[in-house]
Structures are given as structure tokens and as C-alpha cells.
Design a protein around this ligand. Structure first.
Ligand code: PEP
Ligand code: MG
Length: 541
């Protein structure tokens, strides 16, 4: 048995087989080859295998997600047959006498760079596809099997690190736990693990060459420990703990349908944070009063092109219909920093957290923003929608958003497409927004405080940097004072203010939030009943 420790980001216990995900960014060595024809034939075989894989992926995707979404695999197959691409690789092998892996990697980089530099949006987005194809060929050349996470039995995923885009693509029913070598507790991958109710440990010093797919493991998210090839005793203890947790969950079930009201009669809304329509089931199971944060950017990541207006409209409409008349607050695209989609071609930045992200992209590239806004306004007809804008720092930004909204309304009217203008609010997640929250309150319908970024920007701590986790202190007086100030400024204007950052779920602060007059807490679905339990035992004043 091998026991390792790490930092838990979601408490829970898991027992099951391990799937090891090796890092993608494999170092490709350049080696000199003697037999050119053998190398060309090795490359041809890798290509044939890739073509077979893509046909299988296409057939599977057609059945699961429909023809439109599956079409990407056809595009990949066409690229794989592109003569310029194939010739470039073969020529490099012949002329430079290099190994096929190196020729593919170099050619893939050159083609991706060429696509990324094109004017046409569609062609630019192909940069990510050519990289995908090249990686597939390299994996085949190296004899590395691609693990299809959708066809594994429920497993404990062990990886160096996981990006949000990798995490959202996984079928949640197939994941028992995450164990990663790197990662920060405040990253979106950790947030996703909490939203998905999945025990997760980060900072675990796993040797990915030593741990094998198929080994058994126990993850204890309470103690921050993982046991590979555990003893029978450890397995029995874990099974007992799982039963104990299930009992606790059952006890919480009696709180379903009960009000979120303190012993002295103060009420608060408890809503759910979700990353996709698929998560809404968890919100309903846990009796969420509404959706306080629908992170719409997850519709954009983990794919190779922009979601169309129709795709977005269908997703938002479904979310609204599932929640019936309950409030659903959809946040507009908050891409950038750790949430990346290659086809946006955001480029490398020295300080991505303080860079080109969220509303800044939407205001600079209004076509992308307008597609989303049209989908949102059309969907608003089907339920109780609110729109929320991320990363606001100024009054001017809000006014600019309203100009764009007006244009969208005019377009929809001209085309006689039914729509509704929903309630519009902003996230307060920059110190600038806090300081001018009195002015902003005049302009918007509500505030939702994003404590994750507010902590990052106030304390000057990169939330992605795992070395700084100990310095990331959302209980800092500055943060609590800011929350109080924002709530007061909202109330002075007759507006409401909630918290949708992770701090909203911090049971140590529930009483303080109630005292400040916070109107809503939006948290991971699994925390809703726990907070209700705590609220119902509190005397605020
Ligand atoms: C926040 O910053 O607190 C927030 C809720 O947004 P995100 O975590 O997605 O940046
Ligand atoms: Mg944020």
C-alpha cells in the first residue's frame, strides 16, 4: 500500500479503480533516423489508425450528441488527409532525416501558427484542430493508448493537473474522485469538483510512472489522503465512512421544502452555482431556491468552435424550463485566465488573471457577445431569467453593455423574434466595483459578489498559484468590509445583493452574512441543505 497526502478541495470518500492521465504536453525528442522508408511507413500506419479512431469517434458522437456536434471529427479526418500537411511531414522526414514524431509535432505547430494568423474567424479556429490531429498522430506513433473517459467504469482520476476544459468534458457519472499533483484550491477545476460533489485532492506527490491505470485506491477527502493498493482495513474504514456520510445526507433530506429562516425570523435565499444544464439536476435534488450563478463559459470550453446562437438558446431555455418559475441567473461569458478555449486565440499573456478576459473580451468583440445576448433574450421568454455581467470595473462598461443590449433588442424586433429583456445585474469582483458600488447600484438590478476574484484582486494573490494558497485569505477583514459596503450600497438603492463566490458556502461566516443583510447565497448544490440547517439554528441579532 502507498499512502500519499494532499490538500482536500472537496470532502468525501471514494473507493475504486484508478485511471492515470498523462500530461498532454509531451516532450518530443528529435532523433536522427537511418531508414527513411521505414519511418515513412510508420507514419502512414499511425495515420491509418488515426482515421479509424476518428470514424469510431464520429459514429459514437452522432449517437450521443447529434450530427452537428459530431461533425468536428469529420473535419479532423479531412485535415488528416490534407495533402499539404501530409507532404510537409513526409518531406521533413526525408530531407532532415528526423523521426516521425518530431516531424509531426513541428509541422503541426507550423500549420497551427499559420491558421492562427488568418483573418477569417473560422480558419483561425482550425489552429486548435490541427494541433489535435498532430497530437493524435504522435500518440499513435508512440503507441500511447488514448483513454476514452466516457467508456471507463467509474474511476478515480489521477493526473498531473487538470484544466477546466478537460474537467467539463468528463462524464461526471464516471468519476469517483480527482487526485492531482498540481492545482490550486481556488482554481476553476477545484470549483468544478465541488460543484460536481466529487472528492478531490490537489498537491499530491504522485509519481505518474509508478501508479498504473487499473490499480485500486481509496481517496479520503476529509483527511486529505489517498491510498494506492489499500489494505483491507483501509477499505473497510472507507466503506464505514461512506455509510456514515450517507446517513448524514439522509438527515439533511428532512430540510427539503423548509424555509431558509433564522430563529429570529430573518430570511435568506439559498441558490445553486452550476456549470451546465446537466448540473441543474443536482440543484433541484438539493432543493435550490434558484440558480444564482450559471457559469455560461463552460458552454464555450472543451470544444473547437463557438457555440451557435441556437445551441445556446436551447441550453438556456432548457435550464429555465427545468427550474420552472424559479430564478436562473446566467452569467455572460467569463472566459480567459484559467478558462481557455483555443479557438478564441487569446494569445499568451504575462498576467492572464489581469488580462484580456470576461466582459473585456465581450466589449472588444461584440459579435461574440451579441450572439450570446440574443440567445439569452430569446430564452428569457421561457422562465425567470436574470443576466449577470462579470468583471465589471466601471460605470462606462455597464453603459456600453446597455448600448449593445439595445442593438440586440432592435435586431430581434426587426426580425420579429419573440424575446424578453430580463433583470440585469453585475458581479462585484474587483475592488474598483466595490468602491463605486453606490454609483453602480443606480444602474443595475442586483449585485452578486464574486469573492473568488475579489479576494484575488484585493489581496494581490493569483488564485491559480498553488504556492500562494496559504496567503489566499477570503476571511481577511478587507474582504468582509467590502462585502458589507456593497450590501449597504445596494440596499440604499432598493436593490438586492448576494454572494456567489466560494465564500458564500463558508458556514463560519453564515451568521455574519445574515447580519450584514446579504440577500442571497449561491453555493455548490451539495452545500444548500447544510447552509439551510445552519441558518435555521442562528439568532442573528
Ligand atoms: C468569483 O470570482 O467569485 C466567481 C464566482 O466567479 P469565478 O469563480 O467563475 O471567477
Ligand atoms: Mg470571478
Amino acid at each position: 500500500m502507498l499512502k500519499l497526502s494532499g490538500k482536500p478541495v472537496y470532502k468525501g470518500i471514494a473507493i475504486g479503480p484508478v485511471v492515470v492521465l498523462k500530461p498532454h504536453g509531451q516532450q518530443i525528442k528529435r532523433t536522427k533516423i537511418e531508414n527513411i522508408e521505414a519511418e515513412i511507413s510508420r507514419f502512414a500506419k499511425a495515420g491509418e489508425k488515426a482515421a479509424e479512431q476518428l470514424v469510431k469517434l464520429y459514429d459514437k458522437a452522432v449517437g450521443e450528441v447529434g450530427e452537428a456536434s459530431a461533425a468536428i471529427f469529420e473535419v479532423h479526418k479531412m485535415m488528416l488527409e490534407d495533402e499539404d500537411y501530409l507532404e510537409a511531414i513526409q518531406n521533413m522526414i526525408r530531407i532532415e532525416k528526423v523521426n516521425a514524431e518530431y516531424a509531426v509535432a513541428k509541422t503541426g505547430d507550423n500549420f497551427a501558427e499559420m491558421f492562427a494568423g488568418m483573418d477569417d474567424d473560422y480558419m483561425r479556429a482550425r489552429a486548435a484542430d490541427v494541433q489535435d490531429i498532430s497530437n493524435r498522430l504522435i500518440r499513435n506513433l508512440m503507441g500511447k493508448e488514448e483513454i476514452d473517459l466516457n467508456s471507463i467504469e467509474p474511476s478515480i482520476i489521477v493526473a498531473d493537473d487538470l484544466s477546466p476544459s478537460e474537467t467539463v468534458q468528463m462524464d461526471k457519472k464516471k468519476i469517483l474522485a480527482f487526485v492531482t499533483v498540481h492545482g490550486s484550491a481556488n482554481s476553476h477545476t477545484s470549483i468544478l469538483a465541488r460543484m460536481m460533489n466529487i472528492p478531490a485532492l490537489i498537491g499530491v506527490p504522485v509519481d505518474l510512472e509508478e501508479i498504473q491505470t487499473g490499480m485500486q485506491a481509496v481517496v479520503n477527502g476529509f483527511l486529505g489522503e489517498v491510498y494506492f493498493e489499500p489494505t483491507e482495513e483501509i477499505c473497510c474504514q472507507a466503506e464505514d465512512k461512506i455509510k456514515e456520510e450517507l446517513e448524514k445526507q439522509k438527515l439533511l433530506q428532512i430540510l427539503k421544502g423548509q424555509e431558509n429562516v433564522t430563529l429570529d425570523g430573518k430570511k435568506i435565499n439559498i441558490y445553486a452555482n452550476v456549470g451546465s444544464v446537466g448540473d441543474i439536476g443536482y440543484a433541484l435534488e438539493n432543493d435550490a431556491g434558484g440558480i444564482g450563478l450559471f457559469r455560461s463559459e463552460f458552454l464555450y470550453i472543451g470544444r473547437s468552435d463557438f457555440p451557435t446562437e441556437e445551441e445556446q438558446f436551447q441550453a438556456y431555455k432548457q435550464a429555465l424550463q427545468m427550474m420552472a418559475d424559479k430564478k436562473v441567473i446566467i452569467r455572460t461569458l467569463d472566459i480567459g485566465a484559467d478558462k481557455q478555449a483555443d479557438y478564441f486565440n487569446l494569445g499568451k499573456e504575462d498576467n492572464p488573471a489581469m488580462g484580456y478576459r470576461a466582459i473585456r473580451i465581450c466589449l472588444k468583440q461584440p459579435d461574440i457577445f451579441k450572439t450570446q445576448l440574443r440567445a439569452l433574450l430569446r430564452a428569457a421568454v421561457y422562465g425567470n431569467l436574470s443576466i449577470m455581467y462579470p468583471m465589471i470595473t466601471s460605470v462606462e462598461e455597464v453603459l456600453k453593455i446597455y448600448e449593445i443590449i439595445k442593438e440586440v433588442q432592435e435586431e430581434l424586433e426587426k426580425m420579429q423574434i419573440p424575446y424578453k429583456l430580463p433583470e440585469q445585474g453585475i458581479m462585484i469582483e474587483t475592488p474598483a466595483a466595490v468602491m463605486i458600488s453606490d454609483e453602480l447600484a443606480e444602474l443595475v438590478d442586483f449585485f452578486s459578489i464574486g469573492t473568488n476574484d475579489l479576494t484575488q484582486y484585493t489581496l494581490a494573490i493569483d488564485r491559480q498559484n498553488e504556492k500562494l494558497d496559504d496567503f489566499y485569505k477570503p476571511h481577511h477583514k478587507a474582504i468582509l468590509k467590502m462585502i458589507g459596503m456593497v450590501v449597504d450600497n445596494a440596499h440604499k438603492c432598493g436593490k438586492w445583493a448576494g454572494i456567489c463566490g466560494e465564500l458564500g458556502a463558508d458556514l463560519e461566516l453564515t451568521k455574519e452574512f445574515l447580519r450584514m443583510g446579504v440577500d442571497e447565497l449561491s453555493v455548490s448544490p451539495s452545500m444548500i441543505l447544510k447552509i439551510r440547517q445552519s441558518v435555521r439554528a442562528i439568532v442573528v441579532f
